[in-house]
Design a protein around this ligand. Sequence first.
Ligand SMILES: [Zn+2]
Length: 397
Amino acid sequence: MSKDSLTALAQMLIRQRSLSGEESAVVELIISEMQRLGFDHVWKDKNGSAIGVIKGTLPGSTLLLDGHCDTVGVAPGVSWTHDPFGGEIKGGVIYGRGAADMKGALAAMIHAAASMDRSRLKGEVVVSATVMEESLEGASLQAVMEALAPDFVVIGEATYLNLNRGGRGRAEIHLETIGRPAHSSSPHLGRNAVHDMMKVIRAVESLPVKTDPLLGQTVFALTDIISDPFPACSTIPSRCRVTYDRRLIAGETSDEILDAIRTSPELQGIGLRAEIATAEHHTYTGAILRGTKFLPAWTFPEADSFIQACLHGLRTAGLHPKIGAYRFCTNATYSAGVAGVPTVGFGPGREEDAHIVDEHLELKSLIAAKKGYRGIIDAVLSESNGQQGSTVPKSSV
Ligand SMILES: [Zn+2]
């Protein structure tokens, strides 16, 4: 397969490392590619996200295509068969960190938007390459959306060319037990916070699991635990803290999740603090992204006019999408879960290919994704899109 400019961009983006908070160089690459491709307006916002606009000649809606440009790192001591920053192409597959999550999608979005016929577009297409999604989902997209007020959002995280109309959310929960220190030669004189935490863990992990027909099940996963003092040096620990990652289904609130733990009958009499973690991250521009780690789930009904327009656009582009939902948390937790703006997920690659050793993307999937984005833009913004002969109404939900 000869290398086209879309593949070349994906390769260039993969070759440029871009851990969260270190996206400066990749953002410069994206900005110069948007300028080269003739975007009407290209800039970098205060968080350092790259934004490019293609303006249609007719007035209409704003459709935002978002892809994050940061990636997770490469775990030390784990060897890759292909250089994680080589962008190597072998057997129709491109390898490297970010290939599936989600530099391929970003390249496809940029090329799709740039290839549209402006004379047929009602409104504008915006592509955002947002920073720090791997640290705090939704935070940098929030700034982009506050500046541009899009009517519709497409998140390019991996769907294997299917169309997602929902996604699970996530909460990071800190639980702390408070006991009383004593010399370990007389443990009965203290109260062991680790023993209390063992009861807390049993109670949390026996809370009922909830199920959503689209999003699947809620999950409580213990991700870290530490006692204090550590090491304890013959002292009964007086504090113990665990972190739980809780995957959310639509409609769940932080109060309801914390209350279920606090009011658990087995835990009465235990000194327990339960709270949602908070986060504060510095972007490479020096801006600060703050937020609580409660990132709500989202769903839109299959009959929603934006979902139907996207489906129509993808089919017109020759794709055969199934309708589904993300199991992982994406920037849509803000666009759909918080802001309530009609949002879909569509991207090349598979969800399970994110964050893995030998991360990769099939080139045919990359090329199909560009066609898919073009189909969606056409169905949502073009003057005659074949669906009732008009663009999607702004208030589709
Ligand atoms: Zn991602």
